[in-house]
Design a protein around this ligand. Structure first.
Ligand SMILES: [Zn+2]
Length: 180
């Protein structure tokens, strides 16, 4: 009979405590799950970039951050930014996917140093000793957290037609090891 296949009327399911408790249970799962830490994404790549700004021009972290926000990013697209004075700036948390290397963002950490162009605007390795030191220390620390992480320059990725980061990062950091 057709009448038998009709769904329960509201008065019927209002009296169904089993259904009500299953909603409570779902809410309980949802509520307590919100206290557990977010699952960390898998990271097996560090991509080094330069800001592609002249070595005699300051490009502060604030300027970079504003530039990326103006391009529609939520915040700075890199995870770390190292200014010429060797200071390390946090662009975004590591668990957050970056916006720096198309097709590789989901699995990588993006690191950028201030500079990459000489006084005439030509691509050059303009890292100051302080920047080199900070970059090395950062990579060692990351390698401790992600031991199978491979370090490359932006230009080492397929389909990238840029000089970025204007030095051979893959070779320079091929043998880098974690802190312990
Ligand atoms: Zn780049």
């Amino acid at each position: 009979m057709i009448i038998d296949s009709l769904p329960l009327s509201p008065s019927d399911w209002r009296g169904d405590w089993g259904l009500l408790y299953s909603f409570y249970y779902l809410y309980y799962l949802y509520y307590f799950n919100s206290f557990t830490p977010k699952k960390m994404r898998r990271i097996d790549l560090a991509v080094i970039h330069c800001s592609a700004t002249r070595c005699d021009h300051a490009f502060t972290f604030e300027a970079l951050d504003a530039c990326h926000r103006a391009r529609g990013f939520k915040m700075c697209g890199y995870h770390y930014y190292i200014t010429r004075d060797g200071q390390l700036h946090i662009g975004r948390p590591e668990e957050m996917v970056g916006a720096h290397a198309r097709r590789y963002n989901h699995r990588s950490i993006g690191i950028c140093y201030e500079g990459g162009l000489d006084e005439n605007g030509r691509p050059a390795d303009t890292r100051t000793p302080a920047q080199k030191h900070a970059l090395y220390a950062l990579l060692r620390s990351l390698k401790t957290d992600y031991p199978d992480m491979v370090i490359v320059g932006h230009r080492d990725l397929p389909w990238v037609k840029k000089e970025c980061p204007c030095f051979d990062a893959a070779t320079e950091y091929a043998d880098i090891e974690g802190v312990c």
